[in-house]
Design a protein around this ligand. Structure first.
Ligand code: CA
Length: 244
């Protein structure tokens, strides 16, 4: 049987943390509460949770600063983060996502919605963490053997292209901005230009040959891996993602 997924709640307001913890416990999760950034860091050093619920407004370092740091650290890079905040602004939402948060929920929220989001984020993250073989159409990626094939023909990919494809296949059909890809694939984009993403996407398409069209450019938004590519030129889509 699976162990209960652990959720680190980083929240300075005891009443909110307690409400979340009670609901998580009732729904088969193991909550851990940290009331400030220093405690949260100590908890993470002691062991990685399955997910982090991170409040934006914290005494000392803000949730945004913490999200960026944890995304930049190879050890905590893959732990999903949902940001909790009273800020509902579009700009703040985008800043949270660009800092590496997987999702965002504005206070006040219903615990039902919070649980649904936690489950959704855990579902999306699972294939990558488990090292399972990913299959999108005829494209197959095996993380354990580092092999990629299309229509049963093996393809040769560089290490960055492999990581990029792994991420895109694990989160297929969703649009990712260059800033998000830098955070998720490169881990720390402080010294890397966003153009780097374009270079590797181009190489990835070349390496994928026939399957290259599955990596779509979504104008003004970023990139997406899809099983049903739109005939080129890639269609512009209205999205709320920023970073381009
Ligand atoms: Ca707070």
């Amino acid at each position: 049987m699976r162990t209960m997924p652990s959720v680190l709640i980083v929240e300075d307001e005891a009443a909110i943390a307690e409400l979340i913890a009670v609901n998580l416990r009732h729904n088969g999760f193991r909550p851990i509460w940290a009331m400030d950034s220093a405690t949260a860091q100590r908890d993470l050093d002691a062991g990685l949770p399955d997910l982090i619920l991170l409040d934006w407004m914290l005494p000392g370092e803000s949730g945004l600063v913490l999200a960026k740091r944890w995304r930049g650290d190879p050890r905590t890079q893959t732990v999903p983060i949902i940001m909790l905040t009273a800020r509902g602004d579009e700009a703040d939402r985008v800043a949270g996502l660009d800092a590496g948060a997987d999702d965002y929920i504005a206070k006040p929220f219903s615990t039902k919605e919070l649980l649904a989001r936690i489950r959704a984020v855990l579902r999306r993250r699972t294939p990558e963490q488990a090292g399972e073989v990913l299959t999108i159409g005829k494209l197959v990626l095996d993380p354990s053997t580092h092999r990629v094939s299309f229509d049963e023909r093996p393809l040769k990919l560089g290490p960055t292209e492999f990581k990029l494809l792994h991420y895109l296949m694990g989160h297929a059909e969703r649009v990712h901005s260059r800033a998000q890809l830098l955070d998720k694939v490169w881990g720390d984009h402080v010294y890397i230009e966003e153009r780097t993403v374009d270079v590797h996407v181009k190489r990835l398409r070349e390496a994928l040959a026939q399957a290259g069209s599955m990596v779509e450019t979504v104008r003004g938004a970023g990139y997406r891996l899809t099983v049903t590519p739109t005939p080129s030129p890639a269609t512009a889509m209205a999205t709320d993602k920023a970073g381009i």
